[in-house]
Write a protein that binds this ligand. Sequence first.
Ligand code: CLF
Ligand code: SF4
Length: 524
Amino acid sequence: MTFTAESSGTSTLKPLGGIKIEVAGQAASGCGTTGGSGKSSCGSSAGADDMPPEIWEKVKNHPCYSEEAHHHYARMHVAVAPACNIQCNYCNRKYDCSNESRPGVVSQKLTPDQAVKKVMAVASEIPQMTVLGIAGPGDALANPKKTFETFERLQQEAPDIKLCLSTNGLALPDYVDEIVKYNVDHVTITINMVDAAVGEKIYPWIFYNHKRITGREAAQILTDRQMLGLEMLTARGVLTKINSVLIPGVNDEHLIEVNKAVKARGAFLHNIMPLISEPEHGTVFGLTGQRGPSAQELKEVQDACAGGANLMRHCRQCRADAVGLLGEDRSDEFTQDKVDQMEVVYDLEKRREYQDKVETERQAQQAAKQAAVAETRTQGGVDMKLLIAVATEGQGKINQHFGHASEFQIYEINATEGNITTAFVGHRRVDLYCQGGFGEDEQLPSIVNAINDCHAVLVGKIGACPRDELKAAGIEPVEQYAHEFIEHGLLSWFNDYRSRIARGEIGHQPRGDASIRQGAYLAA
Ligand code: CLF
Ligand code: SF4
């Protein structure tokens, strides 16, 4: 794939509703890429210094809107919205909405009453749960009564919980007033195209104005409604995130144009997710053999969007009844029958005290990490850019056993003309290597494939067998920086790597591509 700036015209990007777009007194660039602080980047990795204080207040403990927050704060979804008003070719209604979920798992559908009780139960058990999202299993706004009844009650009964919803956008312009009325501060819109010729390959029909509409006309109505809804939310100061499903050969290069279109309309973040498509999911794309992207294809499209709307890269494509930190799934602890038997005590004061402790710990970790990075000497060497996988179970440290990792975090190191930067660029889900205390050797090839584009994997510990297999595949297993902060370990390894190259002990070889795990993700 090659991407050029010319591939994306901007002539179609005029605001549809003639709405002047301003967020908290600044130009329509999400969180200030052109205004306010003057910083060039304020995506999900941004911090307090990168955006106006009122925006930081909204994102600082939202695990999806802040990459850093996702290590400390949890979210939950309640599956109160079963119906949908469109059909996506990557969706099978047997499962949850694939726009904010992945195929292969089914949520228990709840009434608003059940949903509210569940939220209160989770909030009392997991005090760092700060966000409640309605993300299906159909479309939140195709079920407005249940969605807004749930929000209305929660706004009154659990005022410290941020409210979040996810929609395909078709009904969005009709519900902006309700969204604002119930203090829903964060809205995700799935936007896979801004051109109906692309859209008709993704959406066979929509249900709009009491009619089923097909083909290009359907896609045109959908994109017009999505753009109008986005403009209306931006004008009302609601933070928006755009989810796009990358479908190779259908909308891959086109997503660069989507990125520009949503940035022009004030989107705060753009989350480009891989299509997950297998025949057993029973979707149109699964059955017609439409493949998902490789890791490199996904990263190329994300990188080609640099300078546009800021990217989220830590999405876990979670389920419509997900509970817990992103990347963990505690929904089994809160099934309806378990919640029915729980004695729920919602103690706002206790939640605040706990979150204050989380915040203190988060700031201490951040300061220690910065000090550790500052200490890391960079010794110079040839320019290069490479990826490194890290096994971590939190606290920003390299502290997980290779065999216990259900995902690896992927970092990019870029050394150019004396400057050296590290950036989180995503994660790769894998099947656990260590099952019941023993290594499962047949899992190894799939784990190696998942991080095959990395030069090294930094772990807390690793056994002899996976170590040998990784080495044979050209990936260096590294235990030396166990329990150090991730960025410190990355820079230390990188300095050592360049020293070994300089001494002629090794040569630098480019890596190949990696696979994105298909199929249902199960609870780790
Ligand atoms: Fe849920 Fe979505 Fe709100 Fe987050 S998820 S409704 S914004 S609280 Fe987050 Fe999950 Fe990715 Fe969604 S990791 S699928 S982006
Ligand atoms: Fe399925 Fe969600 Fe698309 Fe509706 S919007 S068809 S539930 S993926």
